[in-house]
Every structure is written in structure tokens, then in C-alpha cells.
Ligand binder design. Structure first.
Ligand code: ADP
Length: 172
């Protein structure tokens, strides 16, 4: 079988990405080395109360992944496994920061596998320097005009400042 006949290995990295952090980006970058195509899939979930709209999140993700040629950005509002069938993807990428993450992720992975046995979840351990990092922590700090420059790319920092106001020094 020559390379043009070979099936592409397509993986989906689903999440809220509200907003994307350096922790997410690290996972995207590492997954992009392992698969032919990575689809970063923003969950369009009406039950959460996001800071950024789905369009804003996609726009940010496009900008911060522009240097990875095999990374695409999409959104979905459906069963993840159905979205994946539509995209010919068979692998879900998820990041693990802690044992707490693992418990929840195991439940998700088992459910998705039960819904569609052709789907597998691959876990990537966080880079230790991002193990504390989450989108909600970033939003809390930005809401109080704290420094988030170590946690998110400059594009995200700029958007957070637009919504939450400029950074204020710790001591006035
Ligand atoms: P969700 O609402 O689906 O948890 P998130 O955007 O919070 O969406 O996270 C998407 C995925 O990225 C999840 O698998 C989560 O565990 C992982 N993730 C989030 N932050 C980090 C981080 N700092 N390091 C590694 N993985 C992370």
C-alpha cells in the first residue's frame, strides 16, 4: 500500500478552551507530532456560562495554532463520537493534570467507548509546569487584573485585558 492510500490518522482534541492556555497549547503541539491531523474542537455548550463566545474562542485558537500546519479548529454541538465519525477521526486526545482529572476523564473515555467502540481516548500527561493551570484560574486572575502572562499566549492576554481591564500592580 503506498502512502496516498494509507488512512490518515485523525485525532480530535475537544474542550471548552474558554480561553486556551499554555497547558492546552502544549498538548496540541505534542499531539500534532503524533497524528497526521489534529482537530481542536470547541464544545458549543449552552449550559456553561462562558467568558468568550464560541466564535471568539475559535478565532483565538486559529491565531495561536497558525504555526502548526496539521492543526485545524472547529466547533461542535453534538455527541462527540458523532462529530468524530463525520470527520473520520478515531482518537480523542485529552490532557491529564491530576488524579482528579483522571477520574473524570476515565468516566468520559469509557462512555465514549461504550457509545462507539471504534473510538479510543489517548491521554497526555500535562507538562509539570502547567499542572496547576486551568482556564477558570486564568479567568479569576484576569478578573482581578492580575498577571496572566505566564499562563496564556499574548493574544489571549490581550483579549482578557479587553474584557477585564488592564493589569494592576500588586503594590500601588
Ligand atoms: P473541558 O471543559 O472539556 O474540561 P477544557 O478546555 O477545560 O475543557 O480542557 C480541555 C482538555 O484539556 C481536558 O482534557 C483538560 O484536562 C485538558 N487541560 C486543561 N488544562 C490543561 C493543562 N494545564 N495541562 C494539560 N491538559 C490540560
Amino acid at each position: 500500500m503506498n502512502s496516498t492510500n494509507q488512512q490518515q490518522r485523525v485525532a480530535v482534541y475537544p474542550g471548552s478552551f474558554d480561553p486556551v492556555t499554555y497547558g492546552h497549547l502544549d498538548i496540541i503541539q505534542r499531539a500534532a507530532r503524533q497524528y497526521d491531523r489534529i482537530i481542536v474542537a470547541v464544545l458549543n455548550n449552552t449550559s456553561k456560562n462562558p467568558m468568550f463566545s464560541v466564535e471568539e474562542r475559535k478565532d483565538i485558537l486559529h491565531k495561536v495554532t497558525k504555526d502548526f500546519p496539521n492543526v485545524e479548529v472547529e466547533s461542535f454541538r453534538d455527541l462527540l463520537v458523532r462529530f468524530m465519525r463525520m470527520k473520520n477521526a478515531s482518537v480523542i486526545i485529552r490532557g491529564i493534570r491530576s488524579v482528579t482529572d483522571f477520574e473524570y476523564e476515565l468516566q468520559l473515555a469509557s462512555t465514549n467507548h461504550m457509545l462507539d467502540e471504534g473510538i479510543d481516548t489517548v491521554f497526555m500527561m500535562t507538562h509539570p509546569k502547567y499542572s496547576y493551570l486551568s482556564s477558570s484560574i486564568v479567568k479569576e486572575i484576569a478578573n482581578f487584573q492580575g498577571d496572566v502572562s505566564q499562563m496564556v499566549p499574548p493574544e489571549v492576554e490581550k483579549r482578557l485585558r479587553e474584557k477585564c481591564g488592564p493589569e494592576r500592580p500588586l503594590r500601588q
